[in-house]
Ligand binder design. Structure first.
Ligand code: SF4
Length: 421
């Protein structure tokens, strides 16, 4: 259990910040993209090498696929309005969304979409409560996968200069978890740059010890270790794991442009094993990989039609890292980020939506818009794997200015009922 003294210290810190007008250091904002001219009916002003400028209904795309009449058609507009209205009014989560329905929601006028997502958020969550998670890299670099965005892949090491490190000790991980807890974080996530856990018996034993230690601190424990089998999932569950993170990253169609060493189905199989072991699933995506709006709709379709909605859905904005294949990517437009958050909130009303990588580059006002539209978790602390993270002081000051408060541990009803484990 969490030590009362430490818990008191953390809450005092956040409460204290709330009444203090601490100086806010405005971070740089996401870069606006320059319009690109469509080169084919399938481009819609977007490209595979640059992120979307503006998310607009993709008439040509839909017509070419024989899926829908053009958006200017009154019948389609009426249908989209009806889908949107019904989705917002839904009494609980549903897993049978079609891509057409998700498109109808995603392409709504943005402020209306954000506003309606906000009403859904208020029905399913305490508005203003935001979960504080801290993410630690417990094994850096040396990964055999080829994720085009990742500094930890061995094959990009020459360009990134990132040095691989051995697995952290249990003691050092628990010291970091204690520090995170004392600063107000309630979930501690541990990431290891591995393809899978095959032949890593000793490491799994150590990780189980880390999980037990994190739980003894009164925190929720999450890990991301690549692919795992049924037995490994069972061992993690027995150690007390709260959630397992395994992102699907993007749509099924676009995924092979980003990763070739692990299939989309393998990712879904890992999520199935986690779910079957009774561990909460954390699975999200990365925006700004060069995907189209349709790919963002595809990502949302994948996660919202899983047998159970993920307990948490991290929305990452790519932080381009020099030396990786996506190192020169243009940052994703904030409107795409907001659209994705708002649509996810409507599709998966009970899920925790986490603003993950890329938050460091978002102004406080942009973050606030995401919180309004349904985001209710952040990563906070010193580092986020290999990139910088907004620190606890910065975030507690922001919470004070916007009237936000930290979500307590184990205080969330996961999608489908029950208790956060
Ligand atoms: S599996 Fe994870 S650590 Fe490995 S390259 Fe992909 S994102 Fe990076």
């Amino acid at each position: 259990m969490r030590a009362p003294a430490a818990a008191g210290l953390a809450s005092l810190r956040w409460a204290g910040r709330r009444s203090t007008a601490a100086a806010f250091r405005a971070p740089s904002t996401t870069t606006a993209l320059s319009p690109s001219s469509p080169s084919s009916p399938f481009d819609h002003g977007q490209s595979r090498t640059g992120a979307t400028l503006v998310d607009t209904p993709t008439a040509a795309h839909d017509v070419a696929r024989g899926e829908a009449p053009p958006p200017e058609s009154p019948s389609r507009q009426a249908e989209a309005s009806r889908i949107f209205r019904d989705a917002v009014a839904a009494a609980g989560p549903r897993q049978d969304w079609t891509r057409r329905e998700i498109s109808a929601i995603y392409y709504q006028p943005l402020l209306e979409l954000a506003h309606q997502a906000s009403t859904v958020h208020r029905r399913f969550h305490s508005p203003g409560e935001v979960q504080l998670c801290t993410l630690m890299n417990i094994k850096t670099g040396g990964c055999t996968e080829d994720c085009s965005y990742c500094a930890q892949a061995t094959r990009y090491q020459k360009g990134t200069g990132l040095e691989a490190r051995r697995v952290e000790t249990v003691e050092s991980v628990l010291a970091a978890a204690r520090k995170a807890r004392d600063n107000g974080s309630t979930r501690f996530c541990m990431g290891a740059a591995w393809r899978d856990m095959r032949g890593r018996k000793n490491s799994l034993r150590n990780i189980a010890e880390m999980i037990r230690g994190v739980r003894e601190l009164g925190m929720e424990a999450c890990v991301t270790l690549g692919m795992i089998d049924d037995d490994q999932a069972r061992q993690l569950k027995e150690a007390g794991l709260t959630a397992y993170n395994h992102n699907v990253d993007t749509s099924r169609e676009f995924y092979p442009s980003v990763i070739t060493t692990r299939s989309y189905d393998e990712r879904l199989q890992t999520l199935g094993r986690v779910r079957d072991a009774g561990i909460n699933v954390c699975s999200g995506g990365i925006l700004g990989l060069g995907e189209s709006s349709e790919d963002r709709v595809g990502l949302l379709h994948t996660v919202s039609t899983l047998p159970a909605h993920p307990e948490s859905f991290p929305v990452n904005a790519l932080v381009p890292i020099k030396g990786t294949p996506l190192g020169d990517s243009t940052p994703v437009a904030f409107t795409s980020m907001l659209r994705t958050v708002a649509t996810a909130r409507i599709l998966m009303p009970a899920t925790i939506i986490r603003i993950a990588a890329g938050r460091k580059g978002m102004s406080e006002e942009k973050q606030a818009l995401c919180f309004m539209a349904g985001a209710n978790a952040i990563f906070t602390g010193e580092k986020m794997l290999t990139t910088d993270c907004n620190g606890w002081d910065e975030d507690s000051a922001m919470f004070g200015r916007w009237g936000l408060s930290p979500m307590k541990s184990f205080d969330k009803t996961p999608p489908g009922g029950g208790q956060v484990r």
